[in-house]
Design a protein around this ligand. Structure first.
Ligand SMILES: C[S@@+](CC[C@H](N)C(=O)[O-])C[C@H]1O[C@@H](n2cnc3c(N)ncnc32)[C@H](O)[C@@H]1O
Length: 278
């Protein structure tokens, strides 16, 4: 299913989206509070609020943002002697709902030439990622501390080379199904911002969510499941570290499933088409 939105305007219904789930937990310890006050503003993506996410344009940027530009200036705790910030990044990868950030920080550490954007509304999770960024002096991570859908709607088309949605909140009860992150409209939005051939990686340990996500993805004409054998969905991709929720699932004896979908190449423009006035 493809979206009916105009490619030049953000999703008109974005203002009606509701985020289910926690934004804050226990009070932050002082060192993390300090990171939230000092480091977070320096590595936040330049959308300050939901109002901003709905704005037709930021001054001088046009309606859509090129996420590679978020990495133009050195902005992290890693700024300092010998660190001139991130060189023009080769690709931008996005993680939706990074939890405590262990996967995102590990990926950022092993791919210094990739710019990483992490979206996470839960402040305590953001603070945990900030602590990892600070400890490892990572300069290639940017954070959006809100609902990923608002950010995705502001990104320019074809600008993300990889997207991770690892152990999304399952909302297994049928009456909560509309709260699930993976849904036709989110997949439309992701298909717009993902580059041709970009990977969408999903993991879940919930059988209800698995059926739901597979049905939505297989029905979506822009995505293609690249699994060829059982090991392709039973085993975590070798270059993808485990997350906290994967460890929780395995501790309970549950084996998660790993889905890797590819964004199909967009059709080439038909250069043989006759101009209409001849
Ligand atoms: C079950 S946890 C998984 C965390 C982590 N990915 C892991 O595997 O350990 C799901 C996370 O998604 C976040 N989340 C839920 N809805 C979201 C949304 N619309 N945008 C971004 N993150 C979201 C939640 O705050 C939560 O931290």
């Amino acid at each position: 299913m493809t979206g009916s939105r105009s490619p030049s305007s953000p999703t008109p219904h974005a203002a009606r989206r509701i985020l289910y789930g926690r934004r804050k937990g226990r009070p932050l310890r002082p060192s993390r509070k300090h990171l939230v006050q000092d480091l977070l503003p320096r590595i936040s993506v330049p959308l300050e609020s939901r109002d901003d996410a709905m704005a037709p344009a930021l001054p001088g940027t046009g309606p859509f943002l090129d996420p590679a530009r978020f990495f133009d200036s050195p902005a992290s705790a890693a700024d300092g002697p010998g660190n001139a910030g991130l060189a023009p990044c080769r690709e931008v990868w996005l993680e939706v709902g990074f939890g405590a950030g262990e996967h995102l920080a590990a990926q950022a550490e092993s791919h210094a030439d990739i710019g990483f954007i992490g979206c996470e509304p839960f402040l305590n999770g953001v603070a945990a990622l900030l602590a990892r960024i600070d400890a490892r002096r990572l300069s290639n991570v940017r954070i959006y501390n809100d609902d990923a859908r608002f950010l995705i709607d502001r990104l320019a088309a074809g600008t993300l080379a990889r997207v991770f949605i690892l152990f999304p909140d399952p909302w297994p009860k049928a009456r909560h199904a509309r709260r699930r992150f993976i849904a036709a409209d989110t997949l439309d939005a992701l298909a717009r911002v993902m580059a041709d051939g970009a990977e969408l990686r999903i993991a879940t340990d919930d059988p209800v969510y698995l059926r739901w996500a597979l049905a939505a993805l297989v029905a979506h004409e822009e995505f293609c499941w690249i699994a060829e054998k059982a090991a392709d969905w039973r085993d975590r991709p070798a270059d993808q570290p485990a997350t906290r929720y994967e460890e929780k699932a395995r501790a309970k004896g549950v084996s998660p499933v790993f889905l890797v979908f590819e964004r199909r190449p967009r059709p080439a423009p038909d250069i043989l088409q006759r101009p209409q006035n001849t």
